[in-house]
Design a protein around this ligand. Structure first.
Ligand SMILES: O=P(O)(O)O[C@H]1[C@H](O)[C@@H](OP(=O)(O)O)[C@H](OP(=O)(O)O)[C@@H](OP(=O)(O)O)[C@H]1O
Ligand SMILES: Nc1ncnc2c1ncn2[C@@H]1O[C@H](COP(=O)(O)OP(=O)(O)O)[C@@H](O)[C@H]1O
Length: 640
C-alpha cells in the first residue's frame, strides 16, 4: 500500500494555478511523438534519449546456447518499506498520453518547450517546408500515427521532411580532436591532437597515448594509438517510426510519446530541459567540482555541452524555467556553441539540442542510445564509446575491471578529452552485433540515492521539468501543492515513476526497446504488471524461444556472479541498467551499464540487494529485481 509522506515543501508557489491551468491547456494540445528518425549511413537518432539506429557490418557469430530452463521461485513483490509515495499518483488510473489530441490538427511544428509537437501550423495540408531547419509532418500521416499506423516518410509522397540540414553542424563535426587527459592523478598523458581537414567529419588521434591507468589498487591498460576518419556527413531521408506504448489494461490503442527530430545524423532533442546535475545529489552523490560533469537527461538536456560544476547546476535549479517557445526561433541557438553565447550559463538553458553525427569511425554505423541522458555519448574508435565523464562511474568502472563482474560490464579504458570535455572511454557493447535489437532494463526497486533524498529535504529544489513530465503522463498525478508550484521534488517524481512502472512491484523496469527492424519504443512508463512486462519482452525477442533461453542463461550467470562479487556487495547500485542485445545470428548478451549512481558503502557495510529498502539501510533491490526478471524469462520459456 502506498503511504503518504511528503517531504518538507515550504517553498512558495512559482505560478498561480490559473496560469498553471492555461499552461496545462497549452500542453494538452501537444502531440507527443517518439521516434522521428533519419535513416542515414552516418548517425541517426531516434528519440529524446538520443536513440539512434545502427548499421553494422555483418557479424556471423553463432551463439551456442546450452542453457536449461531454470527453476524459478514465484515472483515476490515488495514495496520498499520507507517509500515516500505520492498518494494521488498511486491511486490514479493511468492516463493515456496526449495522443488523441492530435486528431483534427494539421501539420505540426515543434514545441521546443517540452519535447512535443504542437499544432501551431494548422491549416497546412502539405508538408510545410520551414526555415531554420524545421521538420514537418503532414496531417494525414500524423492522423495515421494517431491511429497507431506506422508511417514511413519518404516511402510515400510525403510525411516528414527534414529540411535545411544545417551546414554549421558539419562544421561542428569538424575539428574533432581527441587527446588523452592528464587529469585524474596523472592517470593518463595528454597529448596534442590534430585537427581534421575541414569539410569532413574527421577525427584524428595521431598521438594518442594513454599511460597505464592507475587508481588505487587497480591497473588498467589503455587503448593503443589509433587514427580513424569517419565519412563526411551526407544528407538523409528521415523516417518516422511509430512506437507503440505499452497498453494498460483496458486500453485499446497505442500511445505515442516524445519527439526527437533527427537530421542527417544530428538530432533535435525536443524535451523540456530543466538544467540538472547528474542528479540532485551530484554524480553518484559525490560531486567533484573540478571534474564532475553533469549528466544531461533527456528531460533536462541543456544544450550542446554539458560540462558544468555541481554548484552551477544547483544554481540552475533555483532559477526559473525557460519560457516555452516554438522551435524556429530557438533553433538557431541550437547550433551555437556554448562559448559563443553571451552568458556563461545561458547555453545550458537551451531547450532543444543537436548532437554531432555519432558515427562509429571504423564501421561507420549509426549508434543507438536507448535511454539515459541526451548528449552523453560520443563515438569512440575501434568499437569504443565515449560517455560524459562522471567520477562516480569512473571509480566503479575502474574497480569493475578487476572484479568478478568484469565479463558483465563494458571494458573501461580511462578518461579521454574531446573538445574540452572529459569522457569515460568504454566498449561499445553493440559493436559485435549486426543490426542489433536492444533493450534497456533499469534495475532495482529504488531509482534515487539516499543522499538525493536527504539533500532534497535539506534543500528542496523545485523541478518544473519533472512536473511537466508528470502531468504529461497523468495530469492528475501532482498534489495540489505541486500543482500550485508547477514543480515537484526530484525524489517525489522518481518515486512516482517507480510506482507507475514495475520498479516498485518487480524491482526493475523496461526503459526502452529498439528492434532490428528499426522500430523502437521508449514508452514503458506504465508497464507495471508482470503480464505487461512479458508482453514487451516477448515482442522484444519476437517470440524466439532460443533467444529467451540465451537471455535466461546469461541472467542466471550474472546472478551467480553478482552474489559473489566484492564490488556488488560493497556498493549501492541505483539507476543502473541491464542492456540486452541480440541479433539475427542468435547472439544474445546482457551487460550491466550506467554506474553514475553506484556508490561505495562505508566499510564494513554490505548489501544483499534483496532486503526491502528502508531509509538508512541503502538496499537497492537489485537482486530482487533480477530474481523477478529471471523468473519472468523462465516462465515465458516454459510457456513458449
Ligand atoms: O526517466 P525520466 O522519467 O525522464 O526521469 C529521469 C531518469 O530517472 C534519470 O535516470 P537515468 O539516468 O537512470 O535514466 C534521472 O537521472 P539521474 O540518473 O541523474 O537521477 C533524471 O533525473 P535528472 O537528471 O535530475 O533530470 C530523471 O529526470
Ligand atoms: N557501453 C555501451 N555500449 C552500447 N550502448 C550503451 C553503452 N552504454 C550505454 N549505452 C546506451 O546508452 C543508453 C543510456 O546509457 P546510460 O549509461 O544509462 O546513460 P545515462 O547515464 O545518460 O543514463 C543505454 O540505454 C544504451 O542504449
Amino acid at each position: 500500500m502506498c503511504t503518504v509522506c511528503r517531504m518538507g515543501q515550504s517553498f512558495s508557489s512559482s505560478s498561480s494555478s490559473g496560469g498553471g491551468h492555461n499552461a496545462a491547456q497549452a500542453r494538452a494540445k501537444k502531440v507527443r511523438v517518439r521516434g522521428l528518425v533519419c535513416l542515414t549511413k552516418t548517425g541517426d537518432r531516434l528519440d529524446d534519449n538520443s536513440m539512434k539506429t545502427k548499421e553494422l557490418r555483418s557479424v556471423h557469430t553463432c551463439w551456442q546456447d546450452n542453457s536449461k530452463v531454470g527453476k524459478c521461485a514465484d515472483i515476490s513483490t515488495h514495496t520498499p518499506k520507507a517509500l515516500l509515495l505520492n498518494e494521488r499518483s498511486c491511486s490514479k488510473q493511468h492516463v493515456r498520453e496526449n495522443l488523441t489530441l492530435l486528431k483534427g490538427e494539421t501539420s505540426l511544428s515543434i514545441d521546443a518547450s517540452f519535447g512535443s509537437v504542437s499544432d501551431s501550423q494548422s491549416g497546412e495540408s502539405e508538408g510545410l517546408r520551414g526555415e531554420n531547419h524545421e521538420c514537418c509532418v503532414l496531417r494525414v500521416d500524423m492522423e495515421r500515427v494517431s491511429e497507431g499506423v506506422a508511417v514511413t516518410p519518404g516511402a510515400g509522397s510525403s510525411a516528414i521532411e527534414c529540411l535545411n540540414t544545417p551546414d554549421c553542424v558539419a562544421v561542428e563535426a569538424t575539428n574533432c580532436v581527441f587527446s588523452c587527459s592528464s587529469r585524474l592523478d596523472k592517470e593518463m598523458t595528454k597529448t596534442p591532437g590534430v585537427t581534421s581537414a575541414p569539410g569532413a567529419l574527421k577525427t584524428s588521434v595521431p598521438t594518442w597515448r594513454c599511460d597505464t591507468f592507475k587508481h588505487g589498487e587497480e591497473d588498467q591498460p589503455l587503448s593503443s594509438p589509433v587514427e580513424q576518419v569517419a565519412s563526411p556527413f551526407t544528407g538523409t531521408i528521415p523516417k518516422l517510426i511509430v512506437t507503440h506504448d505499452d497498453l494498460d489494461p483496458g486500453q485499446d490503442s497505442p500511445q505515442i510519446s516524445d519527439l526527437t527530430l533527427s537530421m542527417g545524423g544530428f538530432s533535435l532533442d525536443l524535451h523540456h530541459d530543466e538544467d540538472s546535475p547528474c542528479s540532485d545529489s551530484g554524480c553518484g552523490g559525490s560531486p567533484a567540482p573540478s571534474l564532475f560533469h553533469r549528466k544531461l537527461s533527456s528531460s533536462s538536456s541543456a544544450g550542446l555541452s554539458s560540462a558544468s560544476s555541481f554548484e552551477e547546476s544547483e544554481d540552475d535549479f533555483t532559477g526559473s524555467d525557460i519560457e516555452t517557445s516554438s522551435l524556429s526561433p530557438s533553433m538557431c541557438n541550437m547550433f551555437v556553441r556554448p562559448d559563443e553565447l553571451g552568458g556563461t550559463k545561458s547555453w545550458r538553458k537551451i531547450k532543444t539540442m543537436v548532437h554531432s553525427p555519432f558515427v562509429s569511425f571504423k564501421k561507420r554505423y549509426p549508434w543507438v542510445q536507448l535511454a539515459g541522458h541526451a548528449g552523453n555519448f560520443q563515438a569512440g574508435e575501434n568499437g569504443k564509446l565515449l560517455k560524459k565523464y562522471c567520477q562516480c562511474e569512473q571509480l566503479c568502472l575502474q574497480q569493475l575491471m578487476n572484479d568478478k563482474l568484469r565479463p558483465f560490464v563494458p571494458g573501461y579504458y580511462g578518461v579521454v578529452q574531446h573538445n574540452d570535455q572529459d569522457y569515460n572511454l568504454m566498449d561499445d557493447l553493440l559493436a559485435e552485433f549486426d543490426s542489433p535489437s536492444i533493450m534497456d532494463c533499469k534495475m532495482g526497486s529504488r531509482t534515487y540515492l539516499e543522499e538525493e533524498l536527504m539533500k532534497a529535504r535539506e534543500h528542496p529544489r523545485l523541478r518544473k521539468d519533472m512536473y511537466e513530465k508528470m502531468v504529461a503522463v497523468d495530469p492528475s498525478a501532482p498534489s495540489p501543492e505541486e500543482r500550485a508550484q508547477q514543480a515537484v521534488l526530484k525524489p517525489d517524481y522518481m518515486q512516482w515513476r517507480e510506482t507507475l512502472s514495475s520498479t516498485a512491484t518487480l524491482g526493475f523496469r523496461i526503459e526502452g526497446i529498439k528492434k532490428a527492424d528499426g522500430t523502437c519504443n521508449t514508452s514503458f512508463k506504465k508497464t507495471k504488471c508482470k503480464e505487461q512486462v512479458m508482453k514487451a519482452l516477448n515482442d522484444f525477442v519476437d517470440g524466439n524461444t532460443q533467444l529467451l533461453r540465451s537471455y535466461l542463461q546469461r541472467l542466471e550467470e550474472l546472478r551467480c556472479v553478482l552474489e559473489i562479487s566484492d564490488f556488488f556487495k560493497t556498493h549501492e547500485v541505483v539507476g543502473s541498467s541491464l542492456l540486452f542485445v541480440h541479433d539475427a545470428s542468435g547472439l544474445a548478451r546482457v551487460w550491466m551499464i550506467d554506474f553514475g549512481k553506484t556508490v561505495k558503502l562505508p566499510s564494513p557495510q554490505t548489501l544483499d540487494h534483496r532486503t526491502p529498502w528502508a531509509e538508512g539501510n541503502r538496499e537497492d533491490g537489485y537482486l530482487w529485481g533480477l530474481d523477478n526478471l529471471i523468473q519472468i524469462f523462465g516462465e515465458m520459456l516454459q510457456n513458449s
